[in-house]
Design a protein around this ligand. Structure first.
Ligand code: DAH
Length: 354
């Protein structure tokens, strides 16, 4: 009996050393401790041996049994602990229902471009202004020389609220009048030029496709002082765009019509991909349309309280309306405008600031 137990003990020790998970441990447990297992067989052998040896043999079997039960328990503990540690170290396994790995938040690409522009303009002495998204008809249109029933309103169909006269602003130009009132006194009494940029979310009733969204961002800017001319406009635009694209850019002005500027322009930059030779990105023209702008219309300056009817040209100024969303598309090479509003973290977390 002694030898048999010794031999079983060696076999158990060897097989136990090969156990690596709960399943193989259970198999080993069944082989030794189940009804038909090795320990039960030892017990049935006990019946066959002479009575005087039974007591000692029984004690041996019992201590062998207790010993292997303890070793099973210890091994089970060890396996469970290892499994727990593995789970902790690989966080994904904690909740397999999570759609994707958790990650740190990141700024939206439009926020990144907006902040960069704000810094550039601030360094050129511009105030950065905030303005509401709900505006009235007067500020969005009339104060910008777009009277009721003017055809220019067709391009800016937007969302009207049930409150009379309230709408979601269709362009950041809607803040021009308020900014003129805010800083006009300082201009006239202290000679402090008005220099302000006002970024904001805009809304339009659009058929949505890769280039059009009903919600998009613009950054408007105005500068008003004595003797402001188109040269000032070109200088500021060129400086700002060279900073944004981190290289010298070539710009050109084409005539463009906007009721609130006279003259009005479309500002193009030479294509940064082909340097003006022509490529698919610039539709083979060598130029990209980037920013409508112009000299602020005398009617707008008058309605903004800057000039009087007697002296309609006392102060002059320029205005521009940068498409922030478009700029972000060009800067980051985003081909579909919908990417910005879809909330797909895989796409949106790829952008980092400088
Ligand atoms: N507000 C115009 C739009 O959204 C863009 C614009 C054009 C703004 C000319 C300006 C400007 O300041 O001078 O279509």
């Amino acid at each position: 009996m002694k030898d048999h137990i010794k031999e079983l003990n060696e076999r158990f020790t060897k097989e136990m050393s090969q156990v690596c998970d709960q399943r193989s441990l259970e198999e080993l447990r069944l082989a030794f401790l189940s009804k038909k297992g090795q320990v039960s067989q030892l017990m049935s052998e006990l019946a066959k041996i002479p009575n005087e040896q039974k007591k000692e043999a029984g004690a041996l079997i019992n201590s062998f049994k207790q010993d292997i039960i303890k070793r099973f328990d210890d091994k089970l503990e060890e396996i469970k602990k290892a499994e727990e540690e593995r789970l902790i170290s690989s966080a994904e396994s904690y909740d397999e229902s999570l759609p994707e790995k958790r990650r740190k938040g990141s700024y939206h690409p439009i926020t990144l471009v907006q902040r960069e522009l704000e810094q550039i303009f601030a360094s050129m002495g511009f105030d950065v202004e905030d303005y509401s998204e709900i505006v009235d008809d007067y500020h969005c249109f009339e104060a910008l020389n777009i009277p009721k029933f003017h055809p220019a309103r067709d391009m800016q169909d937007t969302y009207y609220l049930s409150t009379p006269n309230q709408l979601l602003k269709s362009h950041t130009s809607a803040a021009q009048n308020a900014i003129m009132y805010k800083y006009g006194k300082l201009l006239k009494e202290n000679g402090r030029p008005i220099r302000a940029v006002f970024p904001g979310r805009c809304f339009r009733n659009e058929a949505i496709d890769a280039c059009h969204e009903n919600t998009f961002f613009q950054m408007e800017g105005i500068m008003i002082d004595k003797n402001i001319s188109i040269s000032n406009l070109i200088y500021f635009m060129k400086t700002m765009l060279s900073e944004v694209f981190e290289r010298d850019v070539t710009v050109r002005l084409r005539p463009g019509f906007f009721p609130f500027v006279e003259p009005g322009f479309e500002l193009d930059i030479q294509c940064l991909i082909c340097n003006g030779d022509g490529c698919p990105s610039c539709k083979n023209t060598g130029w990209l349309e980037l920013c409508p702008c112009g000299m602020i219309h005398p009617n707008v300056l008058r309605m903004g309280g800057i000039n009087t009817e007697d002296d309609p040209y006392a102060y002059t100024g320029f205005a521009f309306g940068l498409g922030l969303t478009r700029l972000a598309m060009m800067k980051y090479g985003v081909k579909d405008i919908r990417t910005f509003n879809e909330g797909d973290l895989n796409a949106l977390s790829q952008f980092v600031s400088k």
